[in-house]
Write a protein of this length. Sequence first.
Length: 644
Amino acid sequence: MCQKILITSPIYYVNDIPHIGHAYTTILCDMLKKFHQLQGNDVKFLTGTDEHGQKIEQSAKKNNQNPQSYADIISMRFKKIWDSFALDYDIFVRTTDTKHCLSVQKAFEIMYAKGDIYKGSYEGHYCISCETFFTQTQLSANNTCPDCGKPTQIVQEESYFFALSKYQDKLLEWYKSHSDFILPQFRQNEVIKFISEGLNDLSITRTSFEWGVPLPERFTHSSDKKHIVYVWLDALLSYISGLGYAQDNESDMAYWDYALHFVGKDILRFHAVYWLAFLMSLELPLPKHIYAHGWWTKDGAKMSKSIGNVINPKEVVDAYGIESLRYFLLREMPFGQDGDFSQKAFIERINAELGNDVGNLLNRLIGMSEKYFALKVDSTQVEKYFVSELNELRHIIAQAVEKMSSMQPHRYIEELWKAFSLGNSVITQYEPWNLMKSAQTDKAMALLGLIANILAQSSLLLYPIMPQSASKIAHALDFEINAQNYEKLIKQGQLLDTFKLNKIPPLFPRIESPLLAESPTNTKENAQNKNTSEKIGLVDIKDFGKLDIRVGTIIECTPVPKSEKLLKLMVDIGESQPRQILSGIAQYYTPQSLINKQVCLIINLKAAKLMGEISEGMILASKDTNGLSLLSVDNPRINGSPIS
Ligand code: MSP
């Protein structure tokens, strides 16, 4: 059944330009939108900018701008960056939009009419950076903010209050009956603890500055003070104002019946406590889930403007492309925990996981199918020859879907990679070239059909993670990524119809060296390290990284005529053709003893000619007074697996 679904990112403060944390949440939303669209659902993705409050007013002043034109500039930067990353949002709310302000005022009226808002006066500590009030007991040492550590200021003003305490029991009941409302679940326990400790009523208006939504007329007339709405009430209401709440056209409010929020762990409380209570007061349905993610650090350190190590997502995308950034962010960070952004880890994942595991698999399929069957792929005999492999594939796919449903995108990706590994391992196991040699053409065709189906199903599920790459794989396999094919291939488990492969350029070219300049602090450190290491003869890790060392299986081995030392080896390294390598090991191994042995070899040495034969790599070995021994791996690896 087609379900209307709303997916929201937080709306971002306009006091700063977009950074990697903002990009992460927005990418998560885009990912989930695509996942639900594949299931045939009608999804809207809402994002936007949070433009009111004292923090923005101050930033504008610092930049010699009035708050509105300052907000206009930064809001546009957010919009532009999401457009340039092809992030497919449907609704972009700006809290300075007239329509939004109207929704906020109407909501205030409704809550007031219900008896949930009353006038009082507030005296307490306020953190401008977090736009949050704190009681004395909540503060850290020297009256600093318990969340961000910055100094708070004492605020004493007349204020309207929201009767949050009235909702304490209702909130606890809600959490009791919705145990997986917040994912990951451990975050829900934190929220329950916070509520159980007692909720104070919440000050929801300010009078000491002007940059905010004014209260409806009748509230401002009744007093000489001008009240504006507290920025968090204003901002949270953007999730429904963007759907037309309390406006002339409310038709999009149908999406509110199934709302999913992504938030960072630092703003969970506002959503999991205040927002739910506001919604209860407005008698609107509560969201279906709140997904709370962790924070990104850079090379193990907190990102901060003063250290100068904040990652600008645009620079990463300019250097590596949006697809690689999406993959890295979604794969590296276990959802809900903190993750570290390092360029080294980034490159390793691209080269090993995208280049080797996926790119090579597709290349090998295209290469072999071109050589043996003029690019034709026929799946009709796959069930006959490879029933257990197909069952394994179905199991992996089902697991992956389950992981996304429980909001574990990193595990979802892990499952997909099990499918790619299956594709690589059936090549090693069944050796299509030998099937062809021994005239088992049907089985060879079925094997290539199996690989094509593994790639087709995995690419459908890869689409939410890397939409462009997944679509390219689908194009190579001559089908389209859409809900119909998801239904057919994933839900009904049908196999691909007979088709001809389209040849496409390599999907994930290898990255040989970092493409991004490191932040100034790192560069300085590196320079210092370089001087010391050069003195003591050490090499940089980057030098080691230049060597492409892989695991491979020797599939043929013959003596080289007229040479006592050399053997000619054909080594399967996961490419469509085995590599020919000449190795000076004839005095230590007989050709027969090497067949099917897994070895380690450097595959990016310049080709050399030895005794008239080309050698395209070097097998690694260790030699001592007892002789020579080839390097191998402790447990069998898929051919082509990198060594690092
Ligand atoms: N305006 C509020 C949200 C209102 S939603 C009704 C706000 N804005 S923000 O721009 O400061 O932060 C937006 C999001 O960015 C938050 O979810 C926050 O967790 C996230 N991140 C900020 N720094 C981050 C990292 N270093 N890593 C990951 N996410 C981070 O809060």
